[in-house]
Design a binder for this molecule. Sequence first.
Ligand SMILES: Nc1ncnc2c1ncn2[C@@H]1O[C@H](COP(=O)(O)OP(=O)(O)O)[C@@H](O)[C@H]1O
Ligand SMILES: [Mg+2]
Length: 229
Amino acid sequence: MSLLRLEGIEAAYGAAQALFGVDLAVEEGEVLALMGRNGMGKSTTIRVICRMMKQSRGSVQFDGRDMARIPSHLAARAGLGLVPEGRRVFARLTVRENLIAAARPGAWDLRKVTGLFPRLAERSGQLAGHFSGGEQQMLAIGRALMTNPRLMLLDEATEGLAPVVRQEIWAALDAVRLDTGLSLLVVDKSLAELGRIADHAVILERGRSVWHGAMADVSGDVANTYLGV
Ligand SMILES: Nc1ncnc2c1ncn2[C@@H]1O[C@H](COP(=O)(O)OP(=O)(O)O)[C@@H](O)[C@H]1O
Ligand SMILES: [Mg+2]
């Protein structure tokens, strides 16, 4: 049984339908890249998975449960760790407070998260609002890990960051994967980096999943046709 399975997901913002049939699965311990050009429905799909939005059709099964029955404020408790689009941290809390507020029991604790991102340890007493974009993103990932999720979802986590900071984040995701075998669902624009970390890929086009397969096969014609690269 897959850890996460979406079947025939349709969803709308008011009268504007955004998803018209999304199917995808994430297996235990795997990294899935969710790909597609801007506006194709990646963030909407993530919102549906995390119960920030209700689907109008289709089903989301996570860890053997029908997520339609789970209210949004309990999504984290169900084991979903979201690093949302546009890093959202509590600006008026310190780093340490941000991390502790998210904590649930498990392998990931303050020590382990600050070990992964030493900058967070150095600045643990500072207000998150004073952080650079890269540091806030590390904190957002740290917060998601503190919930000890079964699946971590990252929506454009490296967007707008300097190359050196991006590399730090990719290296951390690699380390998380090797260390705990955590399952990841990753949305990112960098094909090269996704190619290194992801096992499988699903490509969305205008709100539909139109291609799925091995990440290694997302090149040439496939990348040309669906990603415009
Ligand atoms: N908050 C919103 N309100 C209305 N329409 C939205 C909203 N967010 C996204 N959309 C629309 O839904 C579609 C999919 O968007 P989105 O899921 O954000 O795409 P992606 O993450 O792949 O760039 C687009 O047509 C977009 O304009
Ligand atoms: Mg998006």
